[in-house]
Design a protein around this ligand. Structure first.
Ligand SMILES: [Fe+2]
Length: 433
């Protein structure tokens, strides 16, 4: 099957994880939701999402990574996403857009950022500490060149427009959220980011504004959950529990722009190509206990409602939301986590803020696998506040507050500032907010 893992990596399992069971934030959150929505609705929703997942997973297994939509920048930038593309993106929650930037241009940019990192290696931070590959630089010339490229900005805008909001308080005009760079050498194993979902963890349940996004799920109608409704989501507090792994900013899509080529088992990324049923299942999971007999595990009706226990599998306040085979069996992660197809320099991969994804645990290629993380961020009251502050911080030599970094990037060798930015780019960087 194209895209499937050949062997399941040694990613952690969360089935016996009960670290949350004594934490008052977890206990109160669960109690509040049961009181607000009722056991009956939660049970009804559970049966429904598990039933839906049965056909969702069958389809993913049947189609492999060919289910991930692939579009071509030249066509998208000219005509927008066609209705058929939109339908596939909304169902799978992800899209690959090839050729966002010309390949030759990107190869030059990669050489530049590689050198920039080498020149400043003693100053900038990187993780994991034993095998650094995620570099905590945010305002480098290459990152800014790519983010502000007219083709990239237009693509960000088109991606933002896949969300809808009738309040009149938001627009698809892109804002630039500062994120880092990955430059991963061959043979480097990385197990730190197994199947997980960005945009907060316990906040999804605990923050009333965030929980509202999933009202249809909790009230027993997960099939009507609209994963693309910005009207409610724009006010969601994603970082009720502050930590560097949580972005305080809503990202319509998290994304990477490839600086080098990458393939399955060569430092690529894996996606779980379904958004609505998956997030519904993940949210309902803490309310149910699995049947004792392993043979009944896939029978949702044999799971029992858990009113008093308090285990949120894979949820830690200061980390992203993690998922595992044993804790979330109906997702059939082993069969459904899909490597994206082969990626070339200048291609982009985009995934919805609720999409489960994982960093390729292996890199058996011969060249570095490098990407810049550039999200699609629409203009909303909350994103405006953060981006304005991010710009003020940057100009003052501070790293963005979400990252908690402490390096003055203005002092790095090769730093260029923002003088070369176009008017359009300056708008996206927050100069006119
Ligand atoms: Fe992630």
């Amino acid at each position: 099957m194209p895209g499937q893992l050949h062997k399941w990596p040694a990613w952690p399992e969360y089935s016996t994880d009960n670290a949350t069971s004594q934490d008052q934030d977890f206990i109160n959150t669960k109690k509040t939701i049961i009181e607000e929505f009722g056991q009956e609705n939660l049970q009804k929703a559970w049966i429904r999402v598990c039933t839906d997942l049965s056909s969702v997973t069958d389809e993913i297994v049947k189609r492999g990574n060919e289910i991930i939509p692939v579009c071509f920048s030249d066509q998208i930038l000219e005509n927008g996403f066609l209705p058929d593309d939109q339908e596939r993106i909304k169902k799978t929650g992800c899209v690959i857009v090839r050729g966002a930037l010309p390949q030759a241009e990107v190869q030059t940019l990669y050489a530049e950022v590689h050198q920039y990192i080498a020149d400043n290696r003693n100053t900038i931070s990187a993780w994991p500490s034993e095998t650094p590959s995620m570099y905590e630089i945010y305002d480098s010339p290459v990152q800014n060149t790519i983010r502000s490229h007219p083709r990239h900005l237009k693509l960000q805008k088109l991606l933002n427009a896949l969300w809808h909001d009738e309040s009149g308080e938001t627009s698809s005009d892109p804002l630039v959220y500062y994120d880092g760079v990955r430059d991963r050498p061959p043979k480097q194993v990385f197990l730190g980011l197994g199947p997980h979902i960005d945009a907060g963890s316990l906040s999804r349940w605990a923050a009333p504004t965030y929980r509202k996004v999933y009202e249809a799920v909790f009230s027993g109608h997960p099939e009507t959950h609209d994963a693309w409704n910005l009207e409610v989501r724009k006010d969601a507090v994603q970082d009720l529990f502050k930590a560097p792994s949580h972005s305080s900013v809503f990202r319509a899509f998290q994304g990477w722009t490839a600086l080098t080529s990458s393939r399955a088992r060569e430092g690529s990324i894996l996606l779980y190509p379904n958004v609505a049923a998956t997030i519904g299942y993940m949210l309902l999971r803490p309310f149910f206990n699995p049947p004792e007999d392993e043979a009944d595990i896939m029978d949702a009706s044999k799971w029992t409602f858990d009113e008093n226990g308090c285990v949120f599998p894979g949820t830690k306040k200061d980390e992203s939301q993690f998922l595992s085979r044993s804790s979330h069996p109906h997702l059939r992660l082993e069969e459904c986590m899909m490597h994206v197809p082969d990626i070339q320099p200048g291609d982009t991969v985009w995934w919805h803020s609720d999409l489960c994804h994982a960093v390729d645990p292996e890199h058996e290629g011969t060249e570095n696998a490098s990407v810049v993380f550039i999200a699609a961020v629409p203009t909303t009251p909350m994103t405006k506040v953060y981006i304005k502050q991010q710009l003020a911080d940057t100009l003052a030599g501070l790293q963005p507050s979400d990252t908690q970094g402490k390096v003055n990037e203005r002092l790095l060798k090769g730093y260029r500032g923002h003088e070369h930015l176009s008017e359009e780019a300056r708008r996206a960087f927050g100069y006119y907010l």
